[in-house]
Design a protein around this ligand. Structure first.
Ligand code: C2O
Ligand code: CU
Length: 471
């Protein structure tokens, strides 16, 4: 993979990326991070030029919020109001979508469905209460393969009223860029095989907008690491070696703290994983973080480097790490529940539904219940009564995996491939493998039109999206 070349060619330059800078931010009293954006905030989407691949290479022309990619981290406390004025300095319409946030439909940022897109030069003001604590993110919902792919995304962190005790709270926005040898973004958006295959897989992986080299930590330090995957398509499988992190939240929602299966933290496009990591290396010890999701393309993402100084403490901090649950309504899966099946088909090497040639000619290759997004003529895939529990069975009849995302709700994963899911985690984006089935449930308590789509941005652009109506 070309990325391996690029990465090894450029990742050993001793560049201290903003990953480290973010890690170095100091906690102010009350848990706020110095450098977090004050509210109300203006978020201006526009062109910028940034040293993504390091100082010795030419800067990369990107699209950014407030001139930085990722955009400013927005930090609030659970229950706070989030007020953001979005301005558009791009030459095309945009919006801001608050991924994973339960909010009023009109604030969801979906063009033509929940608002008119913000035209070039225009603005829109978003305002909602942060009812759930957790790690969320924001991104445009117009021409997403290109707008997110060129750098438009940022973290929205909602702190618990009483956060777990850690030495540092660090966000890693992990992105995957497709760059040319010039260091500029490959502008083949919307073309080529990626649309009908696995999406736009890049060749340059960044943490907080820079190719990472080393992250400095102290022996004995406890870090809450918030991973946010903003890549267009790539799934990461991160192995932290002997550090053995514990997962405390998935997609913003607390889970019983546990070590990841096979020691690997899997995070698909748009997902978030909150980890507690005790830095158990000795002073001076270096530990590699390896991405081995694709077994033939493993590479070192970053090195965690324990400084030479005296350990912060001799044995790991003995403080609870379980997070309090968010106020999510519990689905009642009985015969009053609304049951729907959504079958994923299409793409290269997958089942093609009958009679879809005319859609394929329009560049629509992916189907939900045999129709691409352009085939529904603005009709919801189904309508649920407000307050009803909705159970969705997902069936993947394609040859690819898909991170399927529901707007506006968190859902419980009830089962996978017919086996009950004992962990019962809440997600807003569930990765469904080839030929797999997943069953999920949520209470449709929030009226409006809510998108349900694949978060591989090239897949949603070519048909793999719909919306459901709660009324
Ligand atoms: Cu992260 Cu429909 O979006
Ligand atoms: Cu997909």
């Amino acid at each position: 993979m070309k990325g391996q070349f690029m990465k090894s060619a450029i990742s050993r330059r001793g560049l201290m990326g903003s990953a480290l800078a973010a890690g170095a931010m100091t906690l102010l009293p009350g848990g706020r991070l110095a450098g977090a954006a004050p509210l109300p905030l203006t978020l201006t989407a526009g062109p910028a030029t940034l040293p993504i691949i390091g100082d010795k290479w030419p800067d990369t022309k990107v699209w950014a919020y407030n001139g930085v990619a990722p955009g400013p981290e927005i930090r609030v406390r659970q229950g706070d109001m989030v007020r953001v004025l979005a301005r558009n300095n791009l030459e095309q319409p945009t919006t801001v979508h608050w991924h994973g946030v339960r909010l009023p439909n009109a604030m969801d940022g979906v063009p033509d469905l929940t608002q008119a897109a913000i035209p070039p030069g225009g603005e829109f003001s978003y305002e909602f209460q942060a009812v759930d604590a957790g790690s969320f993110w924001y991104h445009p919902h117009v021409n997403t393969s290109e707008q997110i792919g060129r750098g438009l995304s940022g973290a929205l962190i909602v702190e618990e009223k009483e956060p777990v005790k850690v030495d540092r709270d660090v966000t890693w926005i992990i992105d995957d860029w497709l760059l040319r040898d010039t260091g500029q973004i490959d502008d083949s958006f919307g073309r080529g095989m990626s649309m009908s295959h696995g999406g736009r897989i890049g060749n340059t992986v960044t943490i907080n907008g820079r190719i990472p080299t080393e992250i400095a930590v102290k022996s004995g330090e406890r870090i809450r690491l918030r991973l946010i995957n903003v890549a267009n398509a790539r799934t990461f499988g991160l192995d932290f070696g002997k550090l053995a992190p514990k997962i405390i939240a998935l997609d913003s929602q607390p889970v019983t703290p546990h070590e990841p299966a096979n020691g690997r933290v899997v995070i698909a496009a748009a997902q978030r994983v909150d980890l507690i990591i005790d830095m158990t290396g000795a002073p001076g010890e270096k530990i590699q973080v390896i991405d081995n999701y694709f077994s033939r393309q493993t590479y070192e993402l970053v090195t965690i480097s324990h400084d030479e100084g005296k350990p912060l403490r001799e044995s790991p901090l003995d403080a609870p790490i379980a997070l309090p649950r968010n106020p999510l309504p519990e689905p009642v899966v009985d015969d009053q529940a609304r049951r729907e099946l959504i079958v994923l088909s299409g793409g290269a090497m997958g089942r093609m539904p009958p009679g879809v040639d005319k859609y394929i000619q329009q560049g629509q290759y992916w189907f939900l219940n045999d129709l691409p997004s352009k085939g529904r003529a603005d009709e919801p895939i189904f309508t649920v009564k407000k307050g009803q529990t909705c159970v969705i069975g997902l069936v993947n009849e394609t040859g690819w995996e898909h991170p399927m995302h529901l707007h506006g709700f968190a859902f419980r994963v009830l089962s996978r491939n017919g086996k009950p899911n004992m962990r019962g985690e809440w997600l807003d984006t569930v990765l469904i493998g080839r030929q797999e089935t997943v069953e999920l449930a949520f209470v449709a308590d929030n009226p409006g039109d809510w998108m349900f789509h694949c978060h591989i941005l090239e897949h949603v652009a070519t048909g793999m999206g719909c919306f459901l109506r709660v009324a």
